[in-house]
Design a protein around this ligand. Structure first.
Ligand code: I3P
Length: 129
């Protein structure tokens, strides 16, 4: 199991790993793409992004041992496959209620499908609350 999972905290660590990430809109305003490798952690209702992925691995990551670059509230968020928005393959777009938009990408088909499924599951769970 992932470090931090099932530790009794109400913020369950659901998934963690490396993805290519770029923010493409902030509050509905389009931004210039700037792809970078990001350590992505799905914990509770949030997707949390960390820099410096080299110092992070799934087995040693613990909540609170490094400062997040940014964090996305998944409540009310929308997820769509978005291969038309990039020359890269395996791209999906995450849009927050506040109008922030991110593209996430992996070269590994199975990995990106798992991320999509897991994030969608959390969004749907929050929609039902
Ligand atoms: C962008 C960069 C991105 C590319 C984007 C380019 O150029 O090459 O990687 O997105 O394409 O504009 P620059 O570095 O000069 O900003 P993809 O890799 O996702 O295709 P786009 O403008 O068609 O989105």
């Amino acid at each position: 199991p992932l470090a931090g999972a099932g530790n009794g905290s109400h913020k369950e660590l659901e998934k963690a790993g490396l993805l290519n990430k770029t923010k493409i809109a902030e509050g509905g305003r389009k931004l210039r793409k700037n792809w970078s490798l990001s350590w992505v952690v799905l914990v509770g209702n949030s997707l949390v992004f960390f820099k410096d992925p080299k110092s992070q691995t799934p087995s040693n990551w613990k909540p609170g041992n490094s400062r997040p670059e940014s964090s996305v509230d998944l409540r009310g968020a929308q997820l769509h496959w978005a291969n038309e928005l990039s020359s890269k393959k395996n791209v999906f777009k995450l849009r927050t209620v506040t109008g922030n938009e991110f593209l996430l990408q992996s070269e590994t088909d199975s990995l990106i499908k798992e991320w999509y499924k897991t994030i969608q599951h959390v969004i749907e769970k929050l929609d039902r609350e």
